[in-house]
Design a protein around this ligand. Structure first.
Ligand code: DP6
Length: 362
Protein backbone atom coordinates (compact mmCIF):
# COMPACT_ATOMS: atom_id res chain seq x y z
CA UNK A 1 0.00 0.00 0.00
CA UNK A 2 1.05 3.59 -0.52
CA UNK A 3 -0.16 6.91 0.90
CA UNK A 4 -2.40 7.34 -2.16
CA UNK A 5 -4.50 4.33 -1.13
CA UNK A 6 -5.73 6.36 1.84
CA UNK A 7 -7.18 9.21 -0.22
CA UNK A 8 -10.93 8.58 -0.46
CA UNK A 9 -12.87 8.79 -3.71
CA UNK A 10 -14.33 12.20 -4.38
CA UNK A 11 -17.91 11.02 -5.03
CA UNK A 12 -18.71 10.00 -1.44
CA UNK A 13 -21.61 11.75 0.24
CA UNK A 14 -20.80 12.49 3.86
CA UNK A 15 -23.27 12.88 6.75
CA UNK A 16 -24.44 16.38 7.72
CA UNK A 17 -23.80 15.89 11.41
CA UNK A 18 -23.12 13.23 14.01
CA UNK A 19 -21.43 12.13 17.19
CA UNK A 20 -18.73 9.46 17.51
CA UNK A 21 -16.67 8.15 20.39
CA UNK A 22 -13.62 5.93 20.74
CA UNK A 23 -11.47 4.71 23.57
CA UNK A 24 -7.86 4.04 22.58
CA UNK A 25 -5.14 2.63 24.81
CA UNK A 26 -1.56 3.64 25.29
CA UNK A 27 1.25 1.25 24.35
CA UNK A 28 4.72 0.43 25.58
CA UNK A 29 7.49 -0.21 23.07
CA UNK A 30 9.77 -3.22 23.51
CA UNK A 31 11.95 -2.24 20.56
CA UNK A 32 11.94 1.55 20.54
CA UNK A 33 11.16 4.07 17.82
CA UNK A 34 13.75 6.82 18.27
CA UNK A 35 14.65 8.89 15.25
CA UNK A 36 12.44 9.78 12.31
CA UNK A 37 12.46 11.03 8.75
CA UNK A 38 10.08 13.50 7.12
CA UNK A 39 6.33 12.82 7.35
CA UNK A 40 6.56 10.76 10.51
CA UNK A 41 8.51 7.94 8.87
CA UNK A 42 10.43 6.02 11.56
CA UNK A 43 14.19 5.65 11.26
CA UNK A 44 13.87 2.07 12.52
CA UNK A 45 11.10 -0.46 13.11
CA UNK A 46 9.57 -0.91 16.56
CA UNK A 47 7.27 -3.32 18.36
CA UNK A 48 5.04 -2.70 21.37
CA UNK A 49 2.60 -4.22 23.78
CA UNK A 50 -0.76 -2.49 23.51
CA UNK A 51 -1.90 -1.52 27.00
CA UNK A 52 -5.35 -1.64 28.51
CA UNK A 53 -5.98 0.58 31.54
CA UNK A 54 -4.05 3.64 30.34
CA UNK A 55 -6.37 4.98 27.69
CA UNK A 56 -7.91 8.10 26.17
CA UNK A 57 -11.65 8.45 25.67
CA UNK A 58 -12.61 10.89 22.94
CA UNK A 59 -16.06 11.96 21.77
CA UNK A 60 -16.28 14.02 18.59
CA UNK A 61 -19.42 15.93 17.65
CA UNK A 62 -19.50 17.29 14.10
CA UNK A 63 -21.87 19.55 12.21
CA UNK A 64 -21.70 20.87 8.67
CA UNK A 65 -20.70 24.51 8.35
CA UNK A 66 -20.28 27.02 5.54
CA UNK A 67 -18.02 28.07 4.08
CA UNK A 68 -15.89 24.92 4.13
CA UNK A 69 -12.66 26.87 3.85
CA UNK A 70 -10.83 26.30 7.12
CA UNK A 71 -10.58 23.98 10.10
CA UNK A 72 -12.93 24.75 12.93
CA UNK A 73 -12.96 22.94 16.26
CA UNK A 74 -13.39 23.36 19.99
CA UNK A 75 -11.34 21.23 22.31
CA UNK A 76 -12.47 20.09 25.73
CA UNK A 77 -10.12 18.21 28.02
CA UNK A 78 -11.88 16.58 30.95
CA UNK A 79 -14.91 18.74 30.23
CA UNK A 80 -13.10 22.09 30.13
CA UNK A 81 -11.77 24.10 27.17
CA UNK A 82 -8.04 23.46 26.73
CA UNK A 83 -6.45 26.03 24.44
CA UNK A 84 -2.87 24.75 24.78
CA UNK A 85 -3.75 21.39 23.16
CA UNK A 86 -5.14 23.12 20.07
CA UNK A 87 -1.92 23.75 18.09
CA UNK A 88 -1.07 20.03 18.14
CA UNK A 89 -4.56 19.18 16.83
CA UNK A 90 -4.29 21.92 14.19
CA UNK A 91 -0.96 20.44 13.01
CA UNK A 92 -2.60 17.02 12.94
CA UNK A 93 -5.55 18.33 10.90
CA UNK A 94 -3.14 19.88 8.41
CA UNK A 95 -1.18 16.64 8.03
CA UNK A 96 -4.25 14.44 7.54
CA UNK A 97 -6.42 16.86 5.49
CA UNK A 98 -5.61 15.21 2.17
CA UNK A 99 -6.69 11.80 3.54
CA UNK A 100 -9.81 13.16 5.29
CA UNK A 101 -10.92 15.76 2.72
CA UNK A 102 -14.14 16.45 4.65
CA UNK A 103 -12.45 18.00 7.69
CA UNK A 104 -13.06 21.58 6.57
CA UNK A 105 -16.75 20.85 5.94
CA UNK A 106 -17.50 20.54 9.64
CA UNK A 107 -17.25 22.30 12.94
CA UNK A 108 -15.99 19.76 15.50
CA UNK A 109 -16.26 19.59 19.24
CA UNK A 110 -13.56 17.26 20.51
CA UNK A 111 -14.20 16.13 24.05
CA UNK A 112 -11.33 14.09 25.42
CA UNK A 113 -10.21 12.63 28.74
CA UNK A 114 -7.56 10.23 29.96
CA UNK A 115 -7.95 7.32 32.36
CA UNK A 116 -4.63 8.31 33.89
CA UNK A 117 -3.85 11.70 35.44
CA UNK A 118 -2.66 14.22 32.84
CA UNK A 119 0.24 15.26 35.02
CA UNK A 120 1.44 11.68 35.56
CA UNK A 121 4.33 11.95 33.13
CA UNK A 122 2.68 9.26 31.00
CA UNK A 123 2.61 10.19 27.34
CA UNK A 124 -0.99 10.70 26.30
CA UNK A 125 -0.14 11.47 22.69
CA UNK A 126 -0.27 7.81 21.59
CA UNK A 127 -3.70 7.08 23.03
CA UNK A 128 -4.99 10.59 22.33
CA UNK A 129 -4.01 10.67 18.67
CA UNK A 130 -5.24 7.11 18.12
CA UNK A 131 -8.66 7.92 19.60
CA UNK A 132 -8.97 11.14 17.59
CA UNK A 133 -7.88 9.47 14.33
CA UNK A 134 -10.51 6.77 14.83
CA UNK A 135 -13.29 9.30 15.52
CA UNK A 136 -12.45 11.37 12.45
CA UNK A 137 -12.11 8.31 10.23
CA UNK A 138 -15.47 7.00 11.42
CA UNK A 139 -17.12 9.78 9.37
CA UNK A 140 -15.66 8.20 6.24
CA UNK A 141 -16.82 4.81 7.47
CA UNK A 142 -20.37 6.18 7.86
CA UNK A 143 -20.27 7.41 4.28
CA UNK A 144 -18.42 4.66 2.42
CA UNK A 145 -19.57 1.07 2.84
CA UNK A 146 -17.25 -0.27 0.17
CA UNK A 147 -14.17 -0.49 2.43
CA UNK A 148 -13.62 -3.36 4.86
CA UNK A 149 -12.50 -3.28 8.50
CA UNK A 150 -8.93 -4.16 7.59
CA UNK A 151 -8.73 -1.03 5.42
CA UNK A 152 -10.08 1.13 8.25
CA UNK A 153 -7.67 -0.36 10.81
CA UNK A 154 -4.76 0.41 8.52
CA UNK A 155 -5.99 3.88 7.70
CA UNK A 156 -6.68 4.66 11.39
CA UNK A 157 -3.13 3.62 12.25
CA UNK A 158 -1.79 5.59 9.27
CA UNK A 159 -3.62 8.74 10.41
CA UNK A 160 -2.66 8.28 14.08
CA UNK A 161 0.98 8.02 13.01
CA UNK A 162 0.72 11.46 11.45
CA UNK A 163 -0.36 12.79 14.86
CA UNK A 164 2.30 10.98 16.87
CA UNK A 165 4.45 8.13 15.58
CA UNK A 166 3.87 5.71 18.43
CA UNK A 167 0.08 6.31 18.20
CA UNK A 168 -0.04 4.06 15.14
CA UNK A 169 0.62 1.12 17.49
CA UNK A 170 -2.45 1.94 19.63
CA UNK A 171 -5.24 0.90 17.26
CA UNK A 172 -4.98 -2.87 17.61
CA UNK A 173 -3.72 -5.34 20.25
CA UNK A 174 -1.84 -6.99 21.65
CA UNK A 175 1.57 -6.88 20.02
CA UNK A 176 1.99 -4.38 17.20
CA UNK A 177 4.91 -3.83 14.88
CA UNK A 178 5.54 -0.64 12.96
CA UNK A 179 8.26 0.12 10.44
CA UNK A 180 9.76 -1.63 7.45
CA UNK A 181 11.75 -4.68 8.44
CA UNK A 182 13.01 -7.40 6.12
CA UNK A 183 12.09 -10.14 8.61
CA UNK A 184 8.43 -9.11 8.63
CA UNK A 185 6.81 -9.46 5.26
CA UNK A 186 3.83 -7.15 5.68
CA UNK A 187 5.70 -4.53 7.68
CA UNK A 188 5.53 -0.94 6.52
CA UNK A 189 6.58 2.51 7.64
CA UNK A 190 3.06 3.79 6.98
CA UNK A 191 1.09 2.03 9.74
CA UNK A 192 1.31 -0.52 12.51
CA UNK A 193 0.41 -4.18 11.88
CA UNK A 194 -0.54 -6.86 14.40
CA UNK A 195 2.67 -8.85 14.96
CA UNK A 196 2.45 -11.47 12.20
CA UNK A 197 4.55 -14.28 13.69
CA UNK A 198 3.85 -16.81 16.40
CA UNK A 199 3.34 -15.33 19.87
CA UNK A 200 3.63 -17.58 22.94
CA UNK A 201 0.72 -17.52 25.40
CA UNK A 202 2.88 -15.98 28.13
CA UNK A 203 3.04 -12.68 26.23
CA UNK A 204 -0.73 -12.44 25.81
CA UNK A 205 -1.35 -11.69 29.47
CA UNK A 206 1.78 -9.75 30.36
CA UNK A 207 1.60 -7.12 33.08
CA UNK A 208 3.01 -3.62 33.05
CA UNK A 209 3.05 -1.73 36.34
CA UNK A 210 4.01 1.87 35.64
CA UNK A 211 5.97 3.47 38.45
CA UNK A 212 5.46 7.23 38.44
CA UNK A 213 8.90 8.47 39.40
CA UNK A 214 8.36 11.96 38.06
CA UNK A 215 4.93 13.34 37.24
CA UNK A 216 5.93 16.72 35.86
CA UNK A 217 6.61 17.84 32.32
CA UNK A 218 9.66 16.30 30.60
CA UNK A 219 12.59 18.64 30.07
CA UNK A 220 13.02 17.51 26.44
CA UNK A 221 10.05 16.41 24.30
CA UNK A 222 10.10 13.20 22.25
CA UNK A 223 9.85 15.23 19.06
CA UNK A 224 13.03 17.14 19.94
CA UNK A 225 14.73 13.86 20.97
CA UNK A 226 13.84 12.19 17.66
CA UNK A 227 15.31 15.10 15.74
CA UNK A 228 18.56 14.85 17.67
CA UNK A 229 19.09 11.44 16.05
CA UNK A 230 19.83 13.34 12.81
CA UNK A 231 23.59 13.53 12.68
CA UNK A 232 23.90 11.56 15.93
CA UNK A 233 27.30 9.80 16.04
CA UNK A 234 25.74 6.42 16.94
CA UNK A 235 22.53 6.69 14.90
CA UNK A 236 23.54 4.27 12.17
CA UNK A 237 24.51 1.48 14.52
CA UNK A 238 21.47 2.12 16.71
CA UNK A 239 19.13 1.68 13.74
CA UNK A 240 20.90 -1.59 12.80
CA UNK A 241 20.66 -2.68 16.46
CA UNK A 242 16.86 -2.20 16.42
CA UNK A 243 16.57 -4.47 13.37
CA UNK A 244 18.79 -7.08 15.05
CA UNK A 245 16.66 -6.98 18.20
CA UNK A 246 13.45 -7.38 16.19
CA UNK A 247 14.94 -10.40 14.46
CA UNK A 248 16.00 -11.88 17.80
CA UNK A 249 12.54 -11.29 19.26
CA UNK A 250 10.91 -13.46 16.61
CA UNK A 251 12.23 -16.66 18.23
CA UNK A 252 11.65 -15.25 21.71
CA UNK A 253 7.99 -14.41 21.05
CA UNK A 254 7.49 -17.89 19.60
CA UNK A 255 9.20 -19.85 22.38
CA UNK A 256 8.36 -17.71 25.42
CA UNK A 257 12.05 -17.59 26.40
CA UNK A 258 11.78 -14.98 29.17
CA UNK A 259 15.49 -14.72 29.85
CA UNK A 260 16.18 -13.68 26.29
CA UNK A 261 13.09 -11.45 26.29
CA UNK A 262 14.38 -9.61 29.35
CA UNK A 263 17.85 -9.22 27.81
CA UNK A 264 16.47 -7.57 24.68
CA UNK A 265 13.85 -5.39 26.38
CA UNK A 266 16.15 -3.96 29.05
CA UNK A 267 18.92 -3.37 26.52
CA UNK A 268 16.46 -1.48 24.29
CA UNK A 269 15.40 0.75 27.18
CA UNK A 270 18.95 1.60 28.17
CA UNK A 271 20.02 2.09 24.55
CA UNK A 272 17.18 4.61 24.10
CA UNK A 273 18.49 6.61 27.05
CA UNK A 274 22.09 6.15 25.91
CA UNK A 275 21.07 7.85 22.65
CA UNK A 276 19.73 10.78 24.66
CA UNK A 277 22.92 11.01 26.70
CA UNK A 278 25.07 11.02 23.57
CA UNK A 279 23.00 13.51 21.52
CA UNK A 280 24.19 17.04 20.84
CA UNK A 281 23.01 18.66 23.02
CA UNK A 282 23.00 15.70 25.43
CA UNK A 283 20.28 15.26 28.01
CA UNK A 284 19.18 12.86 30.74
CA UNK A 285 15.55 12.00 31.41
CA UNK A 286 16.18 9.28 34.00
CA UNK A 287 16.19 10.41 37.61
CA UNK A 288 18.01 9.02 40.65
CA UNK A 289 14.91 7.01 41.58
CA UNK A 290 14.76 5.51 38.07
CA UNK A 291 18.18 3.98 38.75
CA UNK A 292 17.21 2.89 42.27
CA UNK A 293 14.28 0.98 40.77
CA UNK A 294 16.38 -0.60 38.02
CA UNK A 295 18.95 -1.79 40.57
CA UNK A 296 16.26 -3.12 42.90
CA UNK A 297 14.70 -5.08 40.00
CA UNK A 298 18.08 -6.56 39.08
CA UNK A 299 18.75 -7.57 42.71
CA UNK A 300 15.30 -9.10 43.14
CA UNK A 301 15.52 -11.00 39.87
CA UNK A 302 18.95 -12.36 40.77
CA UNK A 303 17.97 -13.51 44.25
CA UNK A 304 14.50 -14.92 43.46
CA UNK A 305 14.74 -15.94 39.81
CA UNK A 306 11.47 -14.09 39.09
CA UNK A 307 11.35 -13.07 35.39
CA UNK A 308 10.54 -9.44 36.12
CA UNK A 309 12.15 -6.67 34.10
CA UNK A 310 11.85 -3.01 33.24
CA UNK A 311 11.52 -0.81 30.23
CA UNK A 312 11.53 2.97 29.91
CA UNK A 313 9.74 5.54 27.80
CA UNK A 314 11.26 8.88 26.99
CA UNK A 315 10.98 9.90 30.65
CA UNK A 316 11.88 9.01 34.22
CA UNK A 317 8.98 6.62 34.88
CA UNK A 318 9.66 2.89 34.91
CA UNK A 319 7.46 0.24 33.29
CA UNK A 320 7.81 -2.99 35.26
CA UNK A 321 7.00 -6.00 33.08
CA UNK A 322 6.15 -9.48 34.39
CA UNK A 323 4.10 -12.53 33.35
CA UNK A 324 0.66 -13.33 34.78
CA UNK A 325 2.05 -16.37 36.64
CA UNK A 326 4.33 -14.10 38.68
CA UNK A 327 1.72 -11.44 39.38
CA UNK A 328 1.36 -11.93 43.12
CA UNK A 329 5.03 -11.87 44.04
CA UNK A 330 5.75 -9.07 41.58
CA UNK A 331 3.06 -6.81 43.06
CA UNK A 332 4.28 -7.62 46.57
CA UNK A 333 7.85 -6.77 45.53
CA UNK A 334 6.71 -3.53 43.88
CA UNK A 335 4.75 -2.49 46.97
CA UNK A 336 7.46 -3.44 49.45
CA UNK A 337 10.51 -2.23 47.59
CA UNK A 338 9.72 0.02 44.64
CA UNK A 339 6.78 2.22 45.60
CA UNK A 340 9.07 4.21 47.91
CA UNK A 341 10.76 5.61 44.77
CA UNK A 342 7.50 6.82 43.20
CA UNK A 343 6.29 10.41 43.46
CA UNK A 344 3.67 10.37 46.25
CA UNK A 345 3.83 6.56 46.09
CA UNK A 346 1.83 6.59 42.85
CA UNK A 347 1.84 3.78 40.30
CA UNK A 348 -0.58 2.35 37.72
CA UNK A 349 -1.29 -1.34 37.22
CA UNK A 350 -1.76 -2.11 33.56
CA UNK A 351 -1.55 -5.14 31.32
CA UNK A 352 -1.54 -6.13 27.68
CA UNK A 353 -4.77 -5.10 25.93
CA UNK A 354 -6.72 -5.68 22.75
CA UNK A 355 -6.72 -2.24 21.14
CA UNK A 356 -9.16 0.61 20.62
CA UNK A 357 -12.92 0.27 21.02
CA UNK A 358 -15.83 2.26 19.65
CA UNK A 359 -17.94 3.78 22.42
CA UNK A 360 -21.63 3.13 22.68
CA UNK A 361 -22.93 6.67 22.99
CA UNK A 362 -26.40 7.37 24.29
C1 DP6 B 1 10.55 6.63 23.44
O1 DP6 B 1 5.60 8.76 19.26
O2 DP6 B 1 5.94 10.31 21.21
O3 DP6 B 1 8.21 6.28 23.46
O4 DP6 B 1 6.21 10.86 16.66
O5 DP6 B 1 7.28 12.83 17.74
O6 DP6 B 1 5.00 12.09 18.50
P1 DP6 B 1 6.36 11.68 17.93
O7 DP6 B 1 7.07 10.78 19.04
P2 DP6 B 1 6.50 9.68 19.99
O8 DP6 B 1 7.85 8.90 20.37
C2 DP6 B 1 7.83 7.78 21.16
C3 DP6 B 1 9.20 7.44 21.60
C4 DP6 B 1 9.32 6.33 22.61
C5 DP6 B 1 9.55 4.99 21.94
C6 DP6 B 1 8.37 4.29 21.32
O9 DP6 B 1 7.22 4.45 21.79
O10 DP6 B 1 8.62 3.50 20.38
Amino acid sequence: MTEKDFIPQSNISYPKEGRIGYKAPSNIALVKYWGKKENQIPANPSVSFTLDACATRTVVTFKEKTPADEFSFDLLFEGKPKEDFKPKIETFFNRVAVYLPYLKKYHFTIDTSNSFPHSSGIASSASGMAALALCLLEIEKMADATKDDSYFDKKASFLARLGSGSACRSIKGSLVQWGKHSGLERSTNLFGVPYPHKVHEVFKTYHDTILLVHKGQKTVSSTVGHNLMNGHPYAKSRFVHAHTNLDALEAVFASGDLEKFIGIVESEALTLHAMMMSSTPYFILMMPNTLQIINAIWDYRKTTGTPICFTLDAGANVHVLYPEDYKEQSIAFIQEQLVQYCENGHYICDKVGQGAKKLNLK
